[in-house]
Write a protein that binds this ligand. Structure first.
Ligand SMILES: [Zn+2]
Length: 453
């Protein structure tokens, strides 16, 4: 990092404060994110987590020479078993299709793939090894073919999510089972009946609980301690609390994750998204009639740890913003070497402050639209950092051809102002840009009118 590079700060869920980010090894920043359980199409709440990870990793790659980003795939889970059964298909066919769809949906919205994407079913041996270690250390016990983690044996349990033991029980909606010593004890391994996925283990044929897979895969690819663990706020408890308990009991001198990054929930029209409310939106639902880049931009409207409200109006605003940014970039030839303007980098280093970064990009667009080519280049370089503005203006406008009346009126006013300030090049550029999008301007004695070509 050069002297002028701003210090990255991140809101750390564990300490519940915003802290400077200090990598364990600045030569290789290590990040783990919990990926999808693959039984259904990803929804826009899932996407918010994936986009938060994406902008974080893009920024880390900008700041540090190397980043190792691991995002797992949960391909063994009771929801998968139930869905495959309901669909009348094999588990392999359901998980393979869902993984393909997940990759395609994320690629469409510009989410870059992780460096390693381990699948739980390929790491059963590593999970068994950790469970054996937990039993040997007195942190887990076997009962009726199950292996359970004994929460009472880990004094730090609850510290990550900031819950008292009573809250923990209330929040976990724990399954009461006769073989549990404590109601809060959770499953590391459970028996599999014939017909369900299972692997041989010291405790008989069975399958892992959910939490142990992330402890096993993060250890395998990132080591005992790594820099950042992230996911949606819904994962904080019990999933991340349990991951941390398992890993720190296996490796008592480790930190496990040094920073915990959680994105807040996404609401749809002010309400929690749920199938019962009928407001459950998959990425595909949105992309059927909306440019993918507009969806991505909308998800950056709020800083990641603030609640984000998804609305159709918000999507339209995102489209207008992109129309404006692409107008500002115009026919600038692509150049990957343009530096990211300091004010945009500072905003992103301020705990991924995307609203502030977007405000800075609007200021750059103002200058670019007034003819400042350096500002236009800075705008496009900023877009690269946020995973935006990756296509040519021409391609954007051809794909998103429809232009609404409010925008036309705005452009007519901008063109009038340009002419008044004798910036005829700018005035002509606006007229040509609209013509390319099928809107013809006519100047008459009472002002400018327009019609569709
Ligand atoms: Zn996980």
């Amino acid at each position: 990092m050069s002297d002028t590079t701003p210090q990255l700060t991140l809101h750390d869920s564990s300490s519940r404060t915003t802290v400077p980010f200090a990598p364990l090894d600045p030569e290789n920043v290590r990040v783990y994110y919990c990926g999808p359980t693959v039984y259904d199409l990803a929804h826009i709440g899932n996407l918010r987590a994936m986009i938060t990870a994406d902008i974080l990793v893009r920024l880390l790659r900008h700041l540090y020479p190397r980043v190792t980003y691991v995002r797992n795939i949960t391909d063994v889970d009771d929801k998968i078993n139930a869905r495959a059964h309901a669909n009348g298909e094999t588990i392999d066919s359901l998980t393979a299709r869902t993984i393909r769809d997940f990759h395609a949906d994320l690629a469409a919205v510009g989410v870059l793939p992780p460096d390693v994407e381990p699948r739980a079913t390929h790491h059963i041996a590593e999970m068994i090894a950790l469970i054996e270690r937990l039993i040997a250390g007195g942190h887990a016990y076997e009962a009726q073919g199950h292996v359970l983690f004994a929460v009472a044996r880990f004094p730090g349990y609850g510290a990550l999510s900031g819950r008292s033991p009573d809250d923990l029980l209330a929040g976990a909606r724990v399954e009461v089972a006769p073989y549990k010593r404590d109601a809060g004890d959770f499953v590391l391994w459970k028996p599999s009946e014939p017909g369900l996925p299972g692997w041989e283990s010291p405790w008989g044929r069975g399958r892992p609980g959910w939490h142990i897979e992330c402890s096993a895969m993060s250890h395998r690819y990132l080591g005992e301690s790594f820099d950042i663990h992230g996911g949606g706020s819904d994962l904080l408890f019990p999933h991340h609390e349990n991951e941390r308990a398992q890993s720190q009991c296996c490796f008592p001198h480790s930190r496990f994750a040094n920073h915990w990054v959680h994105n807040a929930m996404l609401l749809v029209n002010g309400e929690k998204m749920s199938k019962s409310l009928g407001n459950f939106l998959t990425i595909r639902d949105i992309l059927s009639d909306t440019p993918a880049e507009a969806l991505r931009l909308l998800l950056l409207h709020a800083q990641y740890h603030s609640v984000l409200n998804f609305t159709r109006t918000g999507l339209d605003e995102a489209k207008q913003t992109l129309n404006r940014f692409y107008r500002a970039i115009g026919d600038l030839p692509p150049d990957e070497t343009d530096p990211v303007p300091a004010e945009v980098l500072a905003a992103m280093c301020d705990d991924l402050n995307t609203p502030r970064a977007l405000a800075e990009m609007h200021a750059l667009a103002d200058r670019a639209l007034a003819g400042d080519r350096d500002a236009a280049r800075g705008l496009r370089a900023s877009g690269r950092l946020l995973g935006l503005l990756g296509q040519s203006a021409d391609a954007w406008f051809r794909a998103g051809a429809s232009v609404d009346e409010a925008e036309i009126e705005t452009l007519i006013a901008e063109r009038l102002a340009a002419r008044k300030s004798r910036d005829f090049a700018r005035a002509d550029a606006i007229r040509d840009d609209l013509a390319a999008r099928g809107i013809l301007l006519e100047d008459g004695p009472t002002g400018t009118t327009w019609r569709r070509a």
